[in-house]
Write a protein that binds this ligand. Structure first.
Ligand SMILES: O=C(O)C[C@@H](Cc1ccccc1)[C@H](O)SCc1ccccc1
Ligand code: NI
Length: 187
């Protein structure tokens, strides 16, 4: 199982590389890593397992964060409504590509963090409010989905990792708390 010791931290060169496109048929090692990444997120959101294995809670993770420079991400976003246990969005995405997006932007009111960054970096991270993403699933089937708000933010954060981009690269260095016009602040 993946734990925090497998997660590389900022300063490691892999986090600044452009990850390689994954070829099909899928290498069994890639399929196994994908499953481990999704399981890591589920474990990290289980209070008992997170405590037992000292996992930071995560809603997304990209293969470069475990030092595998391939275009593979996992996302596991629980439903926003505590009462409603149905999941909001959970997927392994191979070669994900944002094919269209809204002009309108969004951001989290508390900014963002990263499993590969062991420090607070204050500031708003403007992202597309709505996105259409094409990707391949573990069966090699092409998927095309539309996301908005928090799930969209998570997927953009993870796809950034495939392109060597860290969330703080998107914070305005002159004024981290500046809000672009018409941005929708979440949470
Ligand atoms: O480092 C990662 O890629 C995982 C991040 C992804 C993420 C951070 C900020 C905003 C959206 C996605 C971790 O999930 S950070 C921990 C976390 C947990 C719950 C909600 C937001 C962030
Ligand atoms: Ni991150």
């Amino acid at each position: 199982m993946l734990t925090m010791k497998d997660v590389i931290r900022e300063g490691h060169p892999t986090l600044r590389q452009i990850a390689e496109t994954i070829e099909f048929p899928l290498d069994p090692e890639v399929k196994s890593l994908a499953e481990d990444m999704l399981q890591f997120l589920k474990n990290s959101q289980d209070p008992d397992l997170a405590e037992k294995y000292e996992l930071r809670p995560g809603v997304g993770i990209a293969a470069p964060q475990v030092d595998v420079s391939k275009r593979l991400i996992a996302v596991h976003v629980p439903s926003a409504d505590e009462e409603d246990s149905t999941l909001e969005f959970s997927a392994v995405m191979i070669n994900p590509k944002i094919i269209s997006h809204s002009v309108q932007q969004t951001c989290l009111s508390d900014g963002e963090g990263c499993l590969s960054v062991d420090r607070e970096v204050p500031g708003y991270v403007p992202r597309h409010k709505r996105i259409k993403v094409d990707y391949f699933d573990l069966d090699g089937k092409k998927q095309s989905i539309r996301l908005r708000d928090f799930p969209a933010i998570v997927v953009q954060h993870e796809i950034d990792h495939l392109n060597g981009i860290m969330f703080y690269d998107r914070i305005d260095p002159e004024n981290p708390l500046a809000l672009p016009d018409d941005i929708d602040v979440l949470g």
